[in-house]
Design a protein around this ligand. Structure first.
Ligand SMILES: Nc1ncnc2c1ncn2[C@@H]1O[C@H](COP(=O)(O)OP(=O)(O)OP(=O)(O)O)[C@@H](O)[C@H]1O
Ligand SMILES: [Mg+2]
Length: 259
């Protein structure tokens, strides 16, 4: 993916990316700011067309956004003036379903995300964590094959974030959905990625890939216990210093450029 700039220059946002994701996989993506994480997700979502190469889902080309690929944004993508239930049923209603058709599933999803008592509330009355739970339920109501999340928990306080990490794992297990989750948090990437991709910048590329046991462990166990796993600490240190080195390099080259 290359962005041409108005000044005649260009940014090679992603280069030589080759990636295959299996149905039901939970993949987290980590990397320093500007390495192309959002760009990658936007291509899968169909918001951006790659300048070279292609992406397929279930053997068909991805050319535009579609309900088979649901997106959960960091925040602010809900309809504030609508109730929780209206938000979550938005997709099915747009498809022309009548209430009798969507009601049971929407109420079931609201139950899974713990919002049964808040169905009639307006979104602006909810806390940030509750709003992200609405966003998750709304995405699931469209029954997508793939769920794309760009820093979905980034705007939450630490405690709420931890609870939401548990919820993401629960939804993953209960629905069997394929999930791609971008995060800036190394711990979150380790906890929520049975597969973890570390991207490197300039040009954005795959630097390293891990297969990890922690997401599976976290389904049945307190996430704090999972973090005590010796391998968790080892991987965290390894990846932290990997990303630290990349950031140093970026800072170094920025200083050179301005010198
Ligand atoms: N529409 C655009 N036009 C020009 N350059 C762009 C555009 N979108 C992204 N870029 C550039 O592409 C690179 C990758 O951007 P991207 O937003 O994908 O990074 P990111 O990894 O998501 O960063 P962050 O962690 O800060 O969200 C950056 O150098 C960015 O400036
Ligand atoms: Mg981004």
């Amino acid at each position: 993916m290359r962005f041409d700039l108005p000044n005649g220059g260009h940014v090679q946002a992603l280069k030589d990316i080759s990636l295959e994701i299996k149905t039901g996989e939970l993949m987290s993506v980590l990397g320093p700011s500007g390495c192309g994480k959002t760009t990658l997700l936007n291509i899968v979502a169909g918001f951006l067309a790659p300048t070279e190469g292609s992406m397929t889902l279930n053997d068909h080309l991805i050319t535009e956004p579609a309900a088979e690929r649901g997106m959960v944004f960091q925040q602010g993508a809900l309809f504030e003036w609508m109730s929780v239930r209206e938000n979550v049923s938005f997709g099915p209603r747009m498809k022309g379903q009548r209430e009798a058709q969507w009601r049971e599933n929407v109420d079931h999803l609201l139950n899974i995300v713990g919002l049964s008592d808040f169905k009639e509330k307006s979104v602006f009355e909810l806390s940030g964590g509750m709003q992200q739970r609405v966003a998750l339920a709304r995405c699931l109501a469209n029954d997508p094959d793939v769920i794309l999340m760009d820093e979905p928990l980034g705007a939450l306080d630490a405690l709420t974030r931890e609870k939401m990490q548990g919820l993401v794992l629960k939804l993953w297990k209960e629905t069997g959905k394929t999930i791609i989750l971008i995060t800036h948090s190394v711990e979150e990437a380790l906890l929520l990625g049975e597969r973890l991709l570390v991207l490197a910048p300039r040009p954005g590329r795959i630097h390293k890939e891990y297969r990890l046991p922690f997401a599976d462990l976290g389904v049945g166990q307190d996430l704090r216990e999972v973090k005590k796993h010796p391998e968790f600490g080892e991987k965290r240190e390894e990846i932290l210093s990997m990303i630290w080195d990349m950031e140093e390099e970026i800072m170094g080259s920025a200083e050179e450029a301005s010198a």
